[in-house]
Ligand binder design. Structure first.
Ligand SMILES: [Zn+2]
Length: 69
């Protein structure tokens, strides 16, 4: 029973990574994505903060914000 729950946890973790969501500042010059809305890079955002999947952010040419790590 314990093994089964470990296996479920394992696959749940993988699924979570594939659908990881990130945050973008919806400005024209915005080229960064952020892991949290409380990021310093987003605090300067004068536009709407939008939530997208990591995959979509990358497909739009976004790169990880310099404040993250
Ligand atoms: Zn950031």
């Amino acid at each position: 029973m314990k093994t089964l729950s470990l296996i479920i946890l394992f696959f749940a973790t993988i699924a979570c990574k594939e659908t990881q969501t990130v945050y973008l500042c919806d400005s024209e010059g915005g080229k960064k994505y952020h892991y949290t809305t409380s990021c310093r890079g987003l605090s300067n955002c004068q536009h709407k903060i939008i939530k997208v999947t990591l995959e979509k952010a990358k497909s739009q040419g976004k790169t990880l914000c310099g404040w993250e790590k």
